[in-house]
Design a protein around this ligand. Sequence first.
Ligand SMILES: [Zn+2]
Length: 332
Amino acid sequence: MFDWPAFLTQNNIEYVSAGRYHVTKDNIAICCPWCPNDTTYNLHISLVGKGFICFRVDSHRGVAPQQLIQRLLGCPRSYADSLVAGSEIAIPNDRDFFRRLSALFEQPREEPMSTPERLRLPAGFRPIETVGTGIMFCSYLERRGFAIPHIRDLYKRYDIRGCADGGRWHGRVIFPVTSGGRLVSWTGRHIGGNPIRYLTLSVNDPDTPALRTIKDTVLWIDSLKSIRGGTLVVCEGPFDALKVSYLGWERGIHGTCLFGKSLTDSQRDQLQALDGFDRKVVLLDRGMVDHLNPRGRFAALEAAGFEMRFLPQYVKDPGELTRETFDLVFRD
Ligand SMILES: [Zn+2]
């Protein structure tokens, strides 16, 4: 059985469980990726292998998980197949067991060096201009509180780009992710209604594999390392980090993000090692604060001198901060 909850969590796709949005037992639901603007979780997915069906449009249905995976990730069938195969729980028979046992005692084979050392941004990831296809990205950024005349700065400072090449990353604002001075991955925020808000390059990508899983990185780590003084603000998503950096630019307040709600060991170590800042702050999404486990991972950051800050009641995430609410959070 394909493990839908694990897959959706891994890919940052929000889902609801039974009891909410008319979802019944043994099902979960996501916003339908075939419906143009579903925000009410109309695609119900069976957890017991009965397929998926949209409660809005009857033809949005299927049985094979691959079909839905492809739609959600925009990936080739072969990749969807490999995900489905990888999540099957195989029960080995005696012959398999013997084969595995003998494999343990075989001489290790010379593994070909298949990991590419370089990753390049596709040609379709263009600096965002105020003309042509750039206009759709500009108006999106403007809606999110970035002034049009400053958009060029976002490119110069953070290499923020837009993709409008009709391919897999089409319609996304791209955040290149570097580490140790080289590009290791990227993630793209969809500017329309795609239920995969952030699509991230995978280390298993068949065409251009990421050199690192994004959860082993921290956004803009290379430039943050060279900063002396000021405030570091750790957020959940790239747009949160971008907004904090944008509003805090003149005050020496620098955002970064964890690419999700959790903090990995590697991220914790990298954040702790950033020792040039006068102050380090964690600023999570509104809904996240209720789930904070005082003995959880974030406690490790608190112990390392990170201060927990909270958003005003009416601000959902740091990406929604305005000049006024930003000044409220960073009054001192
Ligand atoms: Zn639908």
